[in-house]
Write a protein that binds this ligand. Sequence first.
Ligand code: ADP
Ligand code: MG
Length: 246
Amino acid sequence: MPDSDINLEGKNLNKSYVDKGKKLQVLKDVSFFLKNGEILGIVGESGSGKSTLLRLVTCLEKPDSGNLYYKGTEYTGKSPAFAGTFLQMIFQDAQMSFDPRMKMKKAVVEAAKGCGHEKLSRILEAVGLDESLLEKKAGSMSGGQCQRMSIARALCSDAGILLCDEATSALDVTTQAQVVALLQQLRKKEGVSIIFVSHDIALVSMLCDRIMVMKNGECVEEGETGKVLGNPQHWYTRELLDNLIE
Ligand code: ADP
Ligand code: MG
């Protein structure tokens, strides 16, 4: 695989917190890569360090050591605003990520400076939302509509990479399936690359090209979805899959 295929990369990332005077090593030498147009799933139980990894990738926090690269250029230690030019985060609670007093129109266009009407229309269509929703506020929309709107906001910003942190975990099963289908379609049509973080291995295996399994701050297994599911190498991955079948 030529390196030019790689969009985003993290190498040997370490992160610790001090909690009640004790040092807690939350990420241990974690490396990952994301190829252009790929959907990478990161799966692992609660507390395994998935959100911390995304906070490092978005520059919301700095790694203790290790390096981050976008299209081969290092961006470790840069600002969240800098990282925001090429990646956008989508959170579990989309409703909370909007100002409740602000109309969607303002919230979306403000976040995506320079997003013209034509582009906005195309994106709203891609995420399956009617333009009339732009006149609404977050509180008067459903959870699924808010999540679609937060994806639309991210796409308007021209960021080619979406980071989804438990982005569908708060949604009912039907809406979850719709958002998952939407992400697949966006990858195909718009060429976005996606990191999809979830504790739900069933969901991740449906959506993702490649899976990374995390446990206690370490990446214990990584590979193509079919290979990892068909022939898991680590006992923890087997355990996740066994729980799925039961
Ligand atoms: P996940 O997203 O996989 O559930 P997190 O990255 O949120 O895991 O958390 C990993 C570990 O780091 C947990 O043990 C959590 O309590 C701890 N942690 C996360 N953020 C902080 C923080 N700011 N201070 C102290 N400990 C933290
Ligand atoms: Mg988390």
